[in-house]
Design a protein around this ligand. Structure first.
Ligand SMILES: [Fe+2]
Length: 438
């Protein structure tokens, strides 16, 4: 398929406009703060997005000259450090980071050079390691879209007075509690991954295709809601070692964890920390928790988390073969689920029955990523991608778990069945929920 230059340019500009809108939500005071101790301060990301696009496409793939080498290096890598480097959390140390004017000037020039390349250069070069099927172009576009979600995780942690909601923002309500039940999934096959030439672009960890035999299982129709998870909390779930894996229990003890990160206790009532306000715990919403907490809850109800292959079968399988999307062939739109930045926060579980899978499971794509029990690892035939070789390979360490689906902050372009996300099991900030299987 020939490269559609105008579509690529439109996507790049759409990405840049959305990133700018996200940075514009914040007060100046937030700029050098580090809302999550394991991530860089906010200033880094405003430089990183254009720097990655410039470094990958213009410099690395097309051999273009530098704009400013020290800044290109400073803003090159955006992955979270492995361990907390100090205990300061949200400290606002600005030492060593450039001024916002310098970051903006660099970003403007990087944008100019990237757009120039997208308009003019030969971007699709068969046999070229970085430009075969225009790989570097797709990589920079999806990279920025993915970062917009991680920016929102960070913004979520900032004090409310540092964020201003847009005029269209409406106060949140909980909605009606869905009726949870178990759906029987018959035994069958699930395709994991995809062959390289079957889709225009995928990240290296999506290749190649392999087929898993999946035995019969039952899966919950809806995500575990805050109401259901509250029963676990009230039953002393965080005080009982029995429900926790050894490392997870050590984390509970060390951090003094007693509830999900998104919950806050105020005047004896549970509240939910939304993007722009604190609201009474919305009982009907999917609970957002770490893998450790999801696994503990599942053990408590005598169930477990789905394996990645079980998720694939529940989401994309049907009696007549596998589907393009959980709901079938229709394009992703707001009737199918909560994704593509349609909301700052989750919506009630079960509010999008038009997005149900062939078996009737709802919200498998959207309203929160779903934890699986599968350790992130390559599929057979894995080859690190030349445009971003460390993208996956650095995380095949047995310490990350696969998440599937999508969250409210996942761009629609990423909603393909083979897209995989992964996080450490005790990282509590992501828009991730779960459901159980038996
Ligand atoms: Fe990045």
């Amino acid at each position: 398929m020939p490269l559609d230059r105008s579509a690529v340019l439109a996507w790049y500009r759409r990405n840049r406009a959305r990133s700018r809108a996200l940075f514009d939500l914040l007060a100046e005071d937030a700029y050098y703060s580090r809302p999550i101790a394991l991530r860089h301060p906010i200033v880094f990301y405003e430089g990183h997005l254009p720097a990655f696009s410039f470094n990958t496409l213009v410099k690395k793939a097309l051999g273009g000259r530098s704009i400013d080498e020290p800044l290109e290096r400073l803003f090159a890598r955006g992955i979270d450090p492995h361990e907390r480097t100090d205990g300061s959390g949200g400290s606002g140390a600005s030492t060593g980071w450039p001024s916002r004017e310098v970051v903006h000037a660099f970003a403007d020039e990087a944008d100019r050079r990237v757009i120039d390349a997208l308009e003019r250069d030969d971007l699709d070069r068969p046999g070229d390691p970085l430009l075969d099927r225009a790989e570097a172009v797709s990589a920079i576009l999806e990279h920025e879209a993915m970062h917009q979600e991680t920016l929102l995780y960070m913004w979520h942690r900032l004090p409310f007075e540092w964020k201003h909601a847009q005029a269209s923002y409406r106060p949140l309500t909980s909605g009606a509690l869905p009726r949870q039940d178990w759906i029987e999934i018959p035994p069958g096959c699930a395709t994991l991954g995809v062959s390289r030439h079957a889709i225009p672009f995928g990240w290296d960890n999506e290749f190649s295709a392999c087929v898993a035999d999946v035995g019969a299982f039952r899966i919950q129709r809806h995500n575990v809601t805050n109401a259901q998870y509250l029963e676990f909390v009230d039953a002393g779930g965080y005080a009982n070692r029995e429900w926790w894996a050894t490392d997870d229990w050590e984390w509970v003890q060390r951090e003094g964890a007693s509830h999900p990160q998104f919950w806050e206790r105020r005047d004896g009532r549970w509240q939910w920390r939304a993007m722009f306000e604190l609201i009474d715990l919305p009982l009907a919403w999917p609970v957002y928790v770490s893998h450790a907490e999801a696994s503990a809850y599942a053990r408590w109800v005598g169930a477990r988390l789905p394996a990645e292959a079980e998720f694939q079968r529940a989401a994309f399988g049907s009696r007549d073969g596998e589907r393009t999307h959980a709901w079938g062939d229709g394009e992703p739109d707001v009737t199918r689920g909560v994704f593509d930045f349609s909301s700052w926060d989750p919506e009630p579980a079960g509010a999008h029955p038009k997005g149900a899978s062939a078996w009737g499971a709802e919200d498998l794509v959207g309203n929160g990523w779903e934890w699986t029990s599968t350790v992130f690892a390559p599929f057979p035939g894995f080859r690190a991608m030349p445009s971003y070789p460390e993208y996956s390979a650095d995380f095949f360490d047995g310490e990350h778990f696969v998440m599937k689906g999508a969250s409210p902050a996942t761009a629609r372009e990423l909603l393909r069945p083979t897209f995989r996300n992964w996080f450490r099991p005790r990282y509590p900030y992501v828009y991730a929920t779960f459901r159980c299987v038996r």
